[in-house]
Design a protein around this ligand. Structure first.
Ligand SMILES: Nc1nc2c(ncn2[C@@H]2O[C@H](COP(=O)(O)OP(=O)(O)OP(=O)(O)O)[C@@H](O)[C@H]2O)c(=O)[nH]1
Ligand SMILES: [Mg+2]
Length: 348
């Protein structure tokens, strides 16, 4: 896995109109320098051909830059390839890049056709007319791709936000039901300042922060994920699937966060069912340990905490009890993670 977002260089995609305005206006401003003794008609021909050549050069350069700036999706590390598929659909992205790449030779052929046409014209007016005709046909080729260009710009905006995973640090994936306090914990644990609010599905994508000690040393990265509901995989939306992807591809250890109260809006048995699914599908198969955090202890009653522990068949000292909002016991999460990483080779 590389150490930067592979979509960082994704070139800004202009609309068809912006591309055409840019190419045609630049083309007119760069005129050919011509020998004084050339006959007038010849001068006009050269000037018009030059304008066509310039516009094609400018236009195709822009289109090529877009196509070349997107990495080969098949060669991307698993995490990025699958995340990009969830965010934008890789097949649509591939197809769209192919379409844009496909119009480059079409524009070149049109350029050739009009160079010849202008070359054989007999009046200056005809030459100018041919050039306008070329601009018209070229515009129609590019305009037909406008929805593709808009889609590519949407892809660029979404993919630019993909987090950069650091290979040299272990990854703590914070997962659980919506609204249980995952982002609050991530904010307390790391440099990330994710949005926190009292409604579910506040976090809609994967965020990454780093745990840095008081001397500035980095120890691990913390991945905030969207809430996951206990339901069949096929019913899960693309927001939930990003959390599953993080569990699947980058987790060294999972912090599974519980809200033992009714504050999150979800009952404890659904949260336990989700934990069991994660244990069965990810933790066991991939050998990823799960650390249980019971959050909102400032708000929870003693009965709520004991009944959750009973259902989990765990003792108090096997879990970490936190009040993430007040920062209470977050240091226990840190020390538990640090002691885990000390004895573990985290590289997967
Ligand atoms: N009383 C109390 N409230 C908390 C605690 N931790 C988080 N909250 C509150 O719970 C609500 C949800 O917190 P978030 O951190 O956004 O929860 P989340 O799990 O990231 O939610 P999603 O991103 O929607 O899945 C917010 O109103 C927080 O202020 C806590 O320890 N005690
Ligand atoms: Mg959140």
């Amino acid at each position: 896995m590389q150490n930067s977002n592979p979509f960082e260089e994704f070139y800004r995609v202009w609309s068809a109109q912006e591309l055409l305005d840019f190419a045609f206006s630049k083309a007119s401003s760069k005129t050919a320098s011509l020998p004084k003794l050339l006959p007038n008609l010849e001068k006009v021909k050269r000037k018009e051909i030059k304008r066509i050549e310039n516009s094609v050069k400018i236009l195709n350069e822009k289109l090529e830059k877009i196509v070349k700036s997107v990495p080969n999706l098949d060669e991307l590390p698993d995490f990025y390839r699958r995340l990009s598929h969830l965010l934008v659909n890789n097949d649509d992205l591939r197809k769209s890049l192919g379409r844009i790449n496909g119009i480059i030779p079409v524009i070149k052929r049109l350029e050739k056709e009009y160079r010849r046409k202008i070359g054989s014209q007999e009046t200056a007016k005809q030459c100018a007319y041919s050039r306008t005709q070329f601009f018209g046909r070229c515009s129609s080729i590019v305009r037909k791709q406008n929805s593709i260009l808009t889609f590519l710009e949407e892809c660029r905006i979404k993919l630019r936000e993909v987090p950069t995973v650091n290979l040299t640090l272990p990854s703590v994936v914070v997962a659980g039901y919506p609204n249980v306090g995952k982002s609050t914990i991530v904010g307390q644990l790391s440099t990330a300042q994710p949005q926190v609010s009292d409604y579910p599905f506040t976090t809609k994508q994967i965020y990454l922060g780093t745990f840095v000690d008081q001397y500035g040393s980095k120890y691990f990265q913390v991945i905030d994920t969207p809430g996951i509901l206990d339901r069949p995989m096929i019913k899960r939306n693309n927001i939930e699937k990003q959390a599953i992807l993080a569990l699947n591809t980058i987790a060294t250890i999972v912090l599974f966060v519980f809200d033992p109260t009714v504050a999150s809006g979800y009952d404890v048995s659904s949260q336990i069912a989700l934990l069991r699914e994660i244990e069965a599908n990810f933790a066991a198969g991939l050998d990823i340990p799960i650390k249980i955090v019971i959050n909102k202890i400032d708000f929870a009653t003693e009965e709520e905490i004991s009944s959750l522990l009973a259902e989990l068949k765990m003792n108090r000292d096997e879990v970490i009890l936190t009040n993430a909002k007040g920062g209470e016991n977050v240091d226990s999460v840190v020390s538990s993670l640090l002691s885990f990483f000390k004895d573990t080779d985290f590289r997967r």
